[in-house]
Ligand binder design. Structure first.
Ligand code: PLP
Length: 458
């Protein structure tokens, strides 16, 4: 049975036609360089949300996603996709009182990006097969996107993948997760920053001479990445809420390109009882500055911090945050219509966490609670602590708080060993990587070279 009432998706630059979900998914970015958003955010009833309690993760994923894909996929097909995508654990670790860390690090590449990439890959495959089309996915990565996407798309028919990464900004393990695959996965190292890689990819999308290649993106600018990231916010609430006790939850999200936090914002707008979303950034503090001043200054080049997957000086998804709150920001970060900053401040709290504070948090969490955090998760936890410090009335034992851990500590084992003197055990998914042969190319940070490569190789 096909579901009815299909939802349309508009571009945040307001200069492209509205499209269906499958069009938005396969295109990635809108032709006007804006980002797709649903015309209206589906609202779930309180009964539906409370009814998630006791359901499996994939069942909640189905319930959330079906509203965004309405009329565009068979229900049975969507059920199969979510069951197949979410075959791993999602531990919610108790820390103290009603404070928890949700570990989104048990997927095949041990980062939260598996959640989005696995579902997006399967959805793309479904629509490409239906339309008998091929896609060339270009993706820039600061480490975890590339490995999650490469792993999720590896071996899929109808899809070729090219991953660009900044050589100095990814760990050896992250690199090996991408470069040891082969088949339809091509990997390129650049002596540049993540933002430069991202910019080459964006230029390629806007280049009419590359149109015949059927380019698309797997970065968090793709709406297909965001929808799966709504689900774990609902899941956490379903697992932790108490019967007959209405309460609101505080989430803390370690953030870089803002895909993860967009999942949280959409969950909130869908009706999840969230008291506050804490947006914790590393030293790239453009967002906290924007939130409290209303003035946006991107950071160019972005700052290198130990939470390297969050070294983003101009978050791609910021245009969506602005759009969902009544404003308009273009892809360069220029504000054409200011957002409702009061509303934003009501929903969000944001704070920048320095590297020193990140390290102190890793040590303190371990000493106090035996909680092992890696640098990204530590930024999230530190952000939560900062929020509670700034709002002592909420710093109570009965306030439900969930901080997201976005990568497995073993992915950052050198840092953990230095700070804690322990070696985090390797998850199964990362075993055996060291022995596999690597295969990747190198490119200068130059658009013409990248373009020539694409035209020659693909
Ligand atoms: C990508 C990433 C983030 C940042 O997520 P965004 O959606 O880009 O904000 C945080 N932590 C880890 C480990 C990541 O890989």
């Amino acid at each position: 049975m096909v579901m009815e009432h299909s939802l349309r998706y508009y571009s945040t630059n307001l200069n492209s036609e509205k499209v269906t979900f499958s069009q938005a998914l396969l295109k990635g970015q809108a032709p006007d360089r804006g980002l797709y958003l649903p015309e209206s955010v589906p609202l779930l009833s309180v009964e539906t949300i409370l009814g998630f309690t006791g359901k499996r993760y994939d069942e909640i994923a189905f319930e959330v996603a079906r509203h965004y894909l309405a009329g565009e996929i068979e229900e049975d097909e969507l059920r199969r996709i979510v069951i197949d995508a979410y075959d791993f654990e999602i531990p919610i670790q108790h820390v103290c009182a009603r404070k928890f860390v949700m570990r989104l690090d048990q997927g095949p590449t041990a980062s939260f990006k598996d959640f989005a990439a696995r579902m997006m890959g399967r959805l793309m495959q479904y629509y490409l097969k239906q339309e008998n089309k091929k896609l060339l996915i270009l993706t820039a990565t600061s480490g975890d996107t590339g490995s999650a996407v490469a792993n999720a798309f590896y071996g899929l028919d109808n899809i070729e993948l090219v991953v660009l990464f900044p050589r100095a900004e990814v760990t050896e393990r992250q690199r090996k997760q991408m470069t040891t695959l082969g088949k339809n996965v091509r990997v390129l190292a650049l002596d540049a920053k993540f933002d430069d890689c991202q910019s080459l990819v964006k230029q390629a999308f806007a280049d009419p001479e590359l149109e015949t290649l059927g380019l698309s993106s797997a970065n968090s600018i793709n709406i297909g990445r965001l929808i799966p990231q709504i689900v774990y916010y609902f899941y956490a609430f379903s697992m932790l809420r108490m019967d007959n006790h209405p309460e609101k939850i505080i989430f803390s999200v370690p953030s870089g390109n803002f895909g993860d936090m967009m999942g949280g914002i959409l969950a909130m707008k869908m009706g999840l009882p969230v008291r506050k979303l804490v947006i914790a950034t590393n030293g790239n503090d453009e967002f906290p500055n924007f939130l409290y001043s209303g003035k946006y200054d991107k950071i160019e080049p972005s700052r290198n911090c130990i939470s390297s997957a969050m070294n983003v000086g101009h978050p791609s998804n910021l245009a969506r945050v602005v759009a969902l709150n009544g404003g308009m920001m273009d892809e360069r970060g220029i504000i054409h219509q200011p957002a409702d900053m009061e509303l934003l401040r009501k929903e969000l709290f944001s704070v920048s966490i320095s590297d020193q504070q990140t390290k102190d948090t890793i040590c303190k969490a371990y000493q106090t609670y035996k909680l092992v955090l890696e640098p990204h998760g530590a930024v999230g936890w530190a952000g939560l602590m900062e929020y509670l410090k700034a709002n002592p009335a909420l710093d109570r034992d009965d306030q439900l708080c969930v901080s997201l851990e976005t990568a497995h500590p073993a992915k950052f084992s050198e840092e953990i060993q230095r700070l804690l003197g322990i070696i985090p055990p390797l998850p199964k998914s990362l075993e055996g990587l060291d022995d596999k042969p690597e295969n990747y190319g190198t490119l200068p940070n130059n658009y013409q070279d990248f373009k020539d490569y694409l035209l020659k190789e693909l």
